[in-house]
Design a protein around this ligand. Structure first.
Ligand SMILES: [Zn+2]
Length: 145
C-alpha cells in the first residue's frame, strides 16, 4: 500500500457526480466517469451497457478525451447513478487504464475514506502489455544456415 499525500480532486468527483445525476438513464447508462487531462481539462462520459461487454464509463472517457485532443489523463474517477457515490474501477478497466496511462491516479473509497491512488496500486503484479510486444530492433531475420 502506498502512503498517499496527493489531495483528492473534489472538482473531478463533482463533475462525475453531476453527469451521473443528470445524464444516466435506465439500464444502459448507470455510471459516469470524469478524467483530468494533463493540461488540466475535465472530460466526462457515461458507460454504454450491453450484455456483450459494453464499455464502462472509464473506457468511454478515454475515447471522449481523445476526441477532444487529450491523449494523456492524469486522474480519473467513476461515480454511480442513484447517489451511489465513487465506485472503484472493475478489473478490465484497471488493466486498460494501466496500459493507456501508467502514471494515472484513481480516486477510490467513499465518504471520509476518499483517497487518490496510483493505478499501479490497484493492479499489483500486473501484466504490462507493452512489455510483451515484439520490439522491431530486437527481431532478427530467420537463420538460413
Ligand atoms: Zn470497468
Amino acid at each position: 500500500m502506498t502512503t498517499q499525500t496527493q489531495p483528492v480532486d473534489h472538482e473531478l468527483i463533482q463533475a462525475a457526480a453531476q453527469v451521473a445525476r443528470t445524464r444516466c438513464r435506465g439500464d444502459n447508462h448507470t455510471m459516469a466517469a470524469a478524467a483530468r487531462t494533463r493540461d488540466g481539462r475535465i472530460v466526462t462520459a457515461v458507460n454504454a451497457y450491453h450484455f456483450t461487454g459494453g464499455p464502462c464509463a472509464e473506457l468511454v472517457v478515454i475515447g471522449a478525451a481523445a476526441a477532444q485532443g487529450a491523449y494523456d489523463l492524469k486522474t480519473i474517477v467513476a461515480v454511480g447513478d442513484r447517489d451511489r457515490g465513487v465506485v472503484s474501477p472493475c478489473g478490465r478497466c484497471r488493466q486498460v487504464l494501466l496500459d493507456y496511462f501508467p502514471a494515472l491516479t484513481v480516486i477510490v473509497g467513499a465518504g471520509d475514506s476518499l483517497r487518490i491512488v496510483p493505478i499501479t496500486d490497484l493492479l499489483p503484479e500486473s501484466y504490462v502489455w507493452a512489455d510483451h510486444q515484439l520490439d522491431a530492433e530486437h527481431v532478427t531475420a530467420p537463420s538460413t544456415s
